[in-house]
Design a protein. Structure first.
Length: 23
């Protein structure tokens, strides 16, 4: 579960970066 949470956090960070890049 810890690993999944970590992966989810990473995805969130990448998604946030992608959104910033798009804007």
């Amino acid at each position: 579960m810890y690993a999944a949470n970590k992966s989810r956090r990473k995805v969130s960070s990448i998604r946030k970066s992608f959104a910033l890049k798009q804007v």
